[in-house]
Design a binder for this molecule. Structure first.
Ligand code: F6P
Length: 345
């Protein structure tokens, strides 16, 4: 059997680990071949491929990014996109595609499978951990570790200078990174897209913190968090727009720092972590999760179980219909937020 493999959407630590696992298990476990499609869905639409062998994927488990590169190409926005994918699969004599991606990549896969009968298996990745039907995506753990380390470093300056330091992290529609990273870093306040930011509550929380003898505090805010007075966000929450662009002003971190500074008089600065959270070497947890996902996906292909997405439930790797993972995003577990709240103020 010959299988096509692509990585779509934003890059994410663990993509190379998954590529290595798919190639190794296909060749050793099933005597199958894997063809790499370059740049997400652009690869199968425009027929851009690269050979993948055990040799070329041998030492990539520790590397960030993706050797297949990636894009946000949507075949349904391309001329005859789905038809071209079908033709190109035949050209390469491929029996299936394994698509590694987040909500957008999986939505496309679901449509290609249902409406065009293309045999596809999906593997969930995103640092945001906002994909439904899986407890965790790989990439998230690495991002959280980056955030926790950044907060540790911010603590040093906050404490030395008696400052409030605001740390803006990724998470357009869900506060998973903010909440996990904030708890791990010992943040004094965490603000997430799932809860409107109420200025009076923020100010009160910071003043309480300082009233108990602390001359500094750390506030973590997800990029998608919004003041209760902000106009409603555009789109359905699954679009490609950044929230800061949607509402038409600077990043939420800078805005928040300005408000805190004006209303408390405490010296306040903002740091935006941005793509630092997505880059670099994956944690051991993400390498292992990506490897388990890759092996399971290859097994699904060989069992003829298409239209499925690999999923982590508890500590078990299993699989679910891809359609269960798309259309809505997995927002933050508010019970977890309650744990974070114990440490506010
Ligand atoms: O990978 C998810 C994500 O990191 C979001 O948290 C972020 O808003 C977005 O991607 C940014 O992606 P890019 O800058 O590549 O468009």
């Amino acid at each position: 059997m010959r299988i096509g493999l692509l990585t779509g959407g934003g890059d994410c630590p663990g993509l190379n680990a998954v590529i290595r696992a798919v190639v190794r298990h296909s060749i050793k476990g099933y005597s199958s071949e894997v063809v790499g499609y370059l740049e997400g869905w652009r690869g199968p639409v425009d027929n851009i491929t690269m050979p993948l062998t055990m040799r070329t994927t041998d030492s990539i488990i520790s590397k960030g990014g993706t050797i297949l590169r990636t894009s946000r190409t949507n075949p349904f926005k391309e001329d005859r996109g789905a038809e071209r994918i079908k033709e190109n699969l035949e050209k390469h004599n491929l029996s299936a595609i394994i698509a590694v991606g987040g909500e957008e990549t999986c939505s496309v896969a679901n449509k290609l499978y249902k409406e065009h009968n293309i045999p596809i298996v999906c593997i969930p990745k995103t640092i945001d951990n906002d994909l439904n039907a899986t407890d965790f995506t790989f990439g998230f753990d690495t991002a959280v570790n980056v955030v926790a380390e950044a907060i540790d470093r911010l603590h040093t300056t906050a404490e030395s200078h008696n400052r409030v330091l605001v740390c803006e992290v990724m998470g357009k529609h869900a506060g998973w990174i903010a909440c996990y990273g904030g708890i791990a870093g010992g943040a004094d306040l965490i603000l997430v897209p799932e809860k409107p930011v109420i200025t009076a509550e923020v100010i009160d929380s910071i003043k309480r913190c300082h009233a108990r003898g602390r001359d500094y505090s750390i506030v973590v805010v997800a990029e998608g968090a919004r003041f209760d007075t902000d106009p409603p966000a555009n789109g359905n929450g699954n679009g490609d727009n950044h929230t800061s662009q949607q509402v038409g002003f600077g990043g939420i971190g800078e805005r928040l720092a300005r408000v805190i500074n004006e209303q408390t008089g405490y010296e306040t600065r903002a740091t935006t972590l941005g793509h630092i959270q997505r880059g670099g070497s994956p944690t051991a947890f993400d390498r292992v999760l990506a490897t388990r996902f890759g092996v399971h996906a290859v097994d699904l292909v060989h069992q003829g179980k298409f239209g499925r997405m690999v999923s982590l439930k508890g500590n078990q790797v299993t699989d679910v219909p891809v359609e269960d993972a798309v259309d809505t995003l997995k927002t933050l577990d508010l019970d977890l937020y309650k744990v974070a709240e114990v440490f506010f103020g």
